[in-house]
Structures are given as structure tokens and as C-alpha cells.
Design a protein around this ligand. Sequence first.
Ligand SMILES: Cc1cc2nc3c(=O)[nH]c(=O)nc-3n(C[C@H](O)[C@H](O)[C@H](O)COP(=O)(O)OP(=O)(O)OC[C@H]3O[C@@H](n4cnc5c(N)ncnc54)[C@H](O)[C@@H]3O)c2cc1C
Length: 808
Amino acid sequence: MKSHAKVVVIGGGVVGCSVLFHLARHGWTDVVLLERDELTSGSTWHAAGGMHTINGDPNVAKLQKYTISLYKEIEELSGQATGVHLTGGVLLAATEARLDWLRGVVAKGRYLGIDLEEISANEAAELMPLLDPKQFVGAVRNKEDGHLDPSGVTHAYAKAARKLGAEVERFTKVEDIVRRPDGLWRVITNKGEVVAEHVVNAGGLWAREVGRMVGLELPVLAMEHMYLITEDMPEVAAWNAKTGTEIIHAVDFDGELYLRQERGGMLMGTYEKANKVWSEFSTPWNFGHELLEPDIDRIAPSLEVGFRHFPAFERTGIKQIINGPFTFAPDGNPLVGPVRGLPGFWVACGVMAGFSQGGGVGLALSNWMIEGDPGADIWAMDVARYGDWATMTYTNAKVRENYSRRFSIRFPNEELPAGRQLKTTPIYDLLAAKGAQWGVSYGLEVPLWYAPSGVKDEFSWRRSSDFTHVAKEVATVREGVGLAEISNFAKYKVTGEEAAAWLDRIFACKLPKPGRMTLAPMLKDDGKLIGDFTLANVGDGEWFIAGSGIAEQYHMRWFEAHLPGEGSVRIEALGQKMTGLAIAGPKARDVLAKVSRADVANAAFPFMAVAKMDIGMAPCLVGRVSYTGDLGYEIWVAPEYQRAAFQALMAAGEEFDIGLFGSRALNALRLEKNYGSWAREYRPIYGPLEAGLDRFVAYGKDANFIGKAGALAERKLGGKLRLRTFILDADDADVIGDEPIWFGGAVRGWVTSGGYAHHPKKSVALGYVPKEIADESDGFEIELLGKRHAARMQAAPLFDANFERMRG
Ligand SMILES: Cc1cc2nc3c(=O)[nH]c(=O)nc-3n(C[C@H](O)[C@H](O)[C@H](O)COP(=O)(O)OP(=O)(O)OC[C@H]3O[C@@H](n4cnc5c(N)ncnc54)[C@H](O)[C@@H]3O)c2cc1C
């Protein structure tokens, strides 16, 4: 075994082997994979080998499509058969709600290049003869479904990597990982030590143990999973003989089943409701090529549905039941990327669909390691989407929930119950008493809307029980004054003698003067966005930044990686050490004036001013800015003072009929202003010009800010896309995001977010289209629940286009 390597990959399952292959293919050949046993000795060897392109997140779906397209290449390169059978498949809907969901999947497929087609239940039965069409209301055909040989694929990756110069060491167990003072990693094994610049944790079932070697508790948990293989079935033999083809795949969402042909019989797997965690706290090192005891009682309810939906199964014996463990992150997507605070330590774990996702994970990680950027939008699987709040108990609750809901519909207005009330703010009970309906953001309970007693969300794809109540909250803001809790923003404090110089380099905007704020785009080296913030110069060398709450860990990873080493700049993520309240509406200033001794008149405290002031007795930091696009203030307050500040504002607001508004009303309000948000409109695949944030980029400033060259190039060449706002002729449903935008009879763009703007009473969608059609005003259509709706471009904001309210 070599003593030094550029990269050590820990784990020879399908994911580790894919990472190794991609690193070598990308030109890093001084790389070695360490496997404690034979390759495939974790979850990989007993997988059912199914592969498919669809995923709830379109960017993950793209990487799944890439994974499937890769198998031919690695088979040719390695000479190792992968056993790929691209049979195609049907996705089945037994209810209308499921069919609505599937229509959304078909629609997304249009701009992802995934060939999906809605078909009737009878047409599905013609393709997949074992199903009873009477049990279904419709289906979708997917030509890119199939299955493969898990061991063959893993060995093909490994062999192809070796051919390119990478090394694989089997029976080499990593026992410890130690960071040297010079930043290199000592990877200590039962056969000696390798010193490496980078370490990749692809430990699969043991990813937690490998993480713990560097003090990291990863939010990963293994679940038992069962599939059965039947005896040979005459129906299968007859179909094979008649058509000369295999029986195609089927996913029966409502039965929570997946099926495919396995030799002369069928394989049927299920994500049972009565699921079981495996090895809750740590994975035994002596586990390897064993299977777990099958428990037919646990899967019996699913099998019953299976027998009804696929009657031939009832007439057939079960040859074998496989029960094996595999890992999940709390949301079921992989954990990939560099780990904050551990330079050179990377993870590629929590991959629950290794044969659909392994290739994409390997590609993204190798790009990231070599180029400094994953090369794709992988937010949905970035390890930084979790913070310390994703504890072991939280993970346990969410993984179990996610497993049992693997095939369940999640409606856009549906909040899931597991892992809740983990983080609450001091005014939680006060808001709850006012009827707050809660959602969750980065572990924190956030008020979505306020319901009268006895009313709650009815889950639906369409406008629902909250509609008229959210409309009232919107009216409260636009006509008087509303108060919202905004503690879910990320908040950062920056100090230090070099703080200004550092901020000037990290942000693309001009730095604000003391007492002023600005919108601050943050760019990557390639000039694309990596964040959008409000940057406030509080004075006396103190800076305050507010940004996207869900991206706190993601942004801290970036900030810290770019801090000067000598400690001349300090940045702290304040988390819930700083809570937030917002007041907005034409009467907002009147309310503030009543509770503050500061002069808050427009001349003294204009738009984008920031100052420390007391609200009642509570010391606060107040910025004159509002995401509602109205006259408004954001108030930042330490948690011990939040109740006092809240009560002072509510009492002062009484004479102006102050009312509470939640994040759904806030969404409706910001849509009227064409305001985007991080992880929706602003993502690392868009440039500032494309995203309409170029007006905040100080292209000419002296500081050589990160991404300057890329941003200048984008400005010169014009980029490819443009973010635009559309008004839809919608009936009873509004966009939620990821719907296709049609123009001239073809899909040309996609929606990033939207909803109903209650104040102008319009259905609004924000989305990207190619710049060539970005100045057309008409002729667009947006596909919603299987129907194309005429859409017009809305260039000027629907509300306060001349900024009179906001600045007045
Ligand atoms: C019953 C079942 C059916 C499944 N069906 C499918 C399916 O149809 N399609 C699909 O895509 N996925 C399926 N899966 C999931 C799939 O198996 C996983 O997504 C995949 O195997 C994960 O691969 P991995 O490389 O991340 O982890 P693993 O396969 O667990 O590999 C991790 C490797 O790391 C090694 N290792 C760990 N720690 C160390 C150390 N300290 N030193 C050295 N080596 C170490 C282990 O020995 C192991 O070989 C199924 C899983 C199960 C259990």
C-alpha cells in the first residue's frame, strides 16, 4: 500500500468506487480506495439493482439520468459486465391525487430531457401484463427505468478506475483519521498509514463510524429493507415467449411497491409503514455479507395490496425474502460535499439509491474536489443542508418518517410531523395562541399562517383552506400594518480590523457606509451566485448580515474557507442567539415611532438605514427594509428580549389594527415585487445578470471581489437565461416551482417559485427562460397539473413600481 496519496477514498461500495472512478477520469490518479473487506461489503451486494431517473428534486433527477447513461461507458472501459437491462417501466397511480403528482413529474421531465408519457391504466396493462388495470386510474411510462447487477457495476467502476491509474486496497480497514498540523490527513489502517491531502468518507453503513473518527456525527441512519423473489411464474414465461422481452418495471406508489422481473419470476419490494431501524447507534464492524432475518408480518399489509394490484402474485410461491440494511439521511437524499471546519474532508454517504445516484454523486464530488465546484446544482444533496440541530434522535425520527413515506404524496401545503418543535423561539406560545400554523425551516418552527379556531390546512395541489385567511393577512399589511416573526433568517456578525476589506472581497456589492445597508450578492469563482444577503454596516467596525436561514451551514462553510488565516476577521453565525420580527405596511412607521425614542421619520431613518434602538425596553438592531416591498422594518433582537419587543409592538399597533402575518402571506407579498429568494430563484447555476441581481454588483469597484472576472464576462456576453415574472390564467391552483414554461409550442424554461398574489389577485410565477425570448411579453404558457395555462410576462412589479411606499 502506498504511504502517500492525493486522495484516500474510504469504502468500496458502489458510491466509493464511483468516486474513485470519477477522480481518476478527471485526471487525479494518485488516489487510493481502502476497503475493509471485499468490494460491495456493505449495502451494495444485496441491493435489488433497480435504477430510475425520477426524483423529487429536478437537479438530483439530472444526476440520476447521468448515472444511468454512464453504465455503458464503464462497462466498455473496464470490460466488466454491469448486467444493465434497460427495460423501461410504468409508474402507477391508484388515486387522482397521485395522478396529479405524476403529471407534475411528466412536466418536469420535459425540461430535464427525461422521456415520460402519461398513459391510461389499460395502456399500462398492455405494457406490464401482471397489473390489474381496474386498480389504477392512470400511469406514466418511463423508458429509462431498468435494473442491473449491483456487484458487476461496483466492480466495473473499480476496474475502470484502476485502468486509469487509481488503486484499490481490499481488506484494509481504516481505524482512525488524524489531521496533522500541516493540514494533511493521516489515514491509519490495520495495514499501516496513508497520508493524504483529501479523505472521502464513502463508508456507507459505517459512514457514521468513519465520521466519528474526525469528531463528526453525521445525520445518517440505516433501515432494514425487504424484497421478495417469487418462484417462476407462467405469466412471466408466457409474456417473455410472446414478446421476446422482459416484463418491465413497475412502481405502484399507492401500494408502496416496486416490481421487476428476476429470472423466470418477479422481484417485489416495499417500503413498509411498520419499518425498523437497524443498528441505531453504531454499526458492528463484523457485519458484512450477512442478511437480516426476514419478517413477513411487517410487509404483509403491502403484500396484500400487491396481490390485489398484481393478481398473479397470489398464485405464486415466494422463493426468497431478502432483508438488508441501507442508510438514509433525514430527507432521503445523499450527503455529499466538503465538511465545514474540516478542510480536505469530504463525504459521499447516505446514498439510498446507489444505482440511480452513485454516478452523479461521484461526478459532483470529483468536480468539487478538483475544480472547487460540483459543476451542477446539488443543493438537494449537499451535506451543508444540515446543521448541528440534525441530532441523532432527530435523524432517527425523520429517517423513519421518510422511509415510511417513501412512496407517499407530499402536498405542497403539507408539513410533516416528525422531528418537530426542536427549535422554537421565545414567542412561540404567543403566536400559537393566535392560531399560528407551523412549518419548519432548518429545524426551527416558523409560522406559515394564522388560522381561526377549528380551521387547518387541507392538503391539496389546489388552493386550500388557508386561502382566504392568507388573503386577510396580506390585506392587513397592504392596508395597515402587519407583524411577522422572521427568526428563520440566518444572521451573522462580522468584526475584526480587516472586516471591511474582507467583506469587500467576499461580496460583489459596494460596501455600505456606517448606518446603511445594501443588498449583497456573493459570487463563486466562476462568477455565478453563491448567496444573496442584506449587509448592514452597524458602525464602529461591526457588520451584520442577514441571509437565507436554510443555507447557514452552507454559507458558513464558504465564509470560513475564505477567512484570512491570521484572525483579523471574525464571523459568527448567530443562529437563534438573534431572533427577528418584522413590521410592514403603511402604518409601520407609526407603530415604530410609538415604541422607540429614536427619530424614525423618513428624513432621519430612510430606506436602507440601520441603527441600534430600543423597542419598548428591549435593545434591538433595526433596519429599514422589508421583503414585503412595503414600508417596513426588520428588527433583530436577542432571544431574551424578543417577547418584550413583540409585546411592545403589538400593544403599540393596536390602534392601527396590527395583525400577524406568516410566511405564506410574505410569499404572496414578495411576488408582487418580483423578489427572488435563495435556493429558489438564486442558485449557484445562475449568474447575477441572469438572476436580475446585476444592479447590486459593483463591477467597477476597486476590490478584486471573488467572481469579478466571471461576472464581467457574463455582463459582456449576456449570459444564457433571464429570471422573469409571469402572470398566469390559472383556475384553482397556483405554481409551486419546477413547472415547465412553454413558448412557441416547446418547453423553454422552468418555474422557480410562485403562488397567488392576493393583493392584486393574480396567480404569479417566477422562472428562468432563455434570454432570446426574455423580452417577449406574450405567448408563454405554464404547465400546471397537466394543463397549459396562458401566461404573460410582468416586467414592472405589480405593487409599488415607483418605490413610493417603500421609500416614502
Ligand atoms: C435490500 C436492499 C435493496 C436495495 N435495492 C436497491 C435498488 O434497487 N436500487 C438502488 O439504487 N439501491 C438499492 N439499495 C440501496 C443500495 O444498496 C445503496 O444505495 C448502496 O449500496 C450504497 O452504497 P455505498 O457505497 O454508499 O455503501 P455500502 O455498500 O455500505 O459500502 C460501504 C463500504 O465501505 C466499507 N467501509 C466502511 N467503513 C470502512 C472503513 N473504516 N475502512 C474501510 N472500508 C470501510 C464497507 O466495508 C463497505 O464495503 C438497496 C439496499 C438494500 C439493503
